[in-house]
Design a protein around this ligand. Structure first.
Ligand SMILES: [Zn+2]
Length: 311
């Protein structure tokens, strides 16, 4: 299945560092950090009125800080929630906390989903905000009560090990971070992310009530459960394409990427290789695919029931 099979919506008429209010009680301000992974920019959300929470302050950018403070002028920021610790989501936290005195809530500090294998270097090292530490660590299902709003922490590991989504009580709204986005599929790249966790988190969201998602990038997602179902189908189809390619013979990751990502943006081939590795990690753990030693970007992969090549 190609990415175009998912009904993506790429319309987002929001200028950087201006505020709008897509639904009553939820305002958003987009940072000016467009790119192949961030779409038009990271979205920070302001929840409530008067005494407010901010979800995902965003990148360490003085203009974005000024825009957020401007948006809440005359109000008090009591809470800061962080979905995950990629550099486009959390590095503005210390400055925003210093200006507002808000308490910072998140699942925990940045960490890999699995230990690095011997000799493996983490290609995502620079994308993690390793300085981040919340004031309050949230567990799955924990509820934080604010002034006129209530937020439930919904653990959604997969994109990162510490990824947390936030449900806005009684509103059927979910702040989905980078777990589900309306403009592209989410990136699941080891060792920060893990495909088995990611798929389990999608199943978890499919079983919940929220049906309007506000993602970390891109427009709001109405009918969100339909998009979650598409995401699941998309991952299963990608797994099937990898198995189909390996059915023709052993292959390394660059050959698999060439076989299954047709017409990919060249800036994304590194991410595609990591996404394939995420699937292979999972397939090797399930005993479906075999490789020499532990799965790595440099490895060669074959179906577990295929005979080893002679010699
Ligand atoms: Zn991210």
């Amino acid at each position: 299945m190609a990415d175009d099979d998912i009904p993506f919506d790429k319309t987002l008429d929001l200028a950087p560092d201006t505020v709008d209010e897509p639904v009553p009680g939820v305002r958003r301000v987009m940072a000016n950090n467009p790119g192949p992974f961030t779409f038009k920019g990271t979205l920070s959300y302001i929840v409530g009125r008067g005494k407010v929470a901010i979800v995902d302050p965003g990148p360490d950018d003085p203009a974005h800080l000024a825009a957020l403070l401007d948006a809440v002028r005359g109000e008090t920021v009591t809470h800061i929630f962080v979905t995950h610790t990629h550099r486009d989501h959390s590095p503005l936290v210390p400055a925003l906390k210093a200006h507002t005195g808000a308490t910072v809530y998140a699942e925990g500090p940045h960490r890999a989903a699995r230990a690095l294998h011997i000799g493996e270097h983490n290609p995502l090292d620079s994308s993690g905000d390793r300085d981040f530490m919340p004031d309050v660590r949230l567990a799955d299902g924990e509820v934080v009560q604010g002034d006129g709003w209530r937020i439930e922490a919904v653990a959604t590991p997969g994109h990162t090990a510490n990824h947390m989504s936030y449900a806005l009580g009684d509103r059927n709204i979910l702040f989905a971070g980078d777990h589900v986005m309306g403009w592209a599929t989410s990136i699941v790249a080891p060792p920060d992310g893990a495909m088995s966790d990611y798929m389990a988190s999608l199943d978890k969201l499919a079983a919940r009530d929220e049906d309007l998602y506000f993602p970390g990038h891109g427009p709001a997602i109405p009918d969100a459960k339909r998009v979650v179902a598409y995401y699941t189908l998309h991952r299963k189809a990608r797994e099937a394409s990898i198995l189909h390619r390996l059915g023709k013979g052993a292959a390394d990751i660059p050959s698999i990427v060439r076989a299954i990502y047709i017409g990919i943006d060249p800036r994304l081939t590194g991410a595609a290789a990591l996404s394939v590795l995420a699937h292979l990690d999972d397939l090797v753990a399930r005993g479906v695919v075999a490789t020499e030693g532990t799965p790595s970007l440099a490895g060669t992969y074959r179906l577990a029931d295929a005979p080893l090549a002679a010699g």
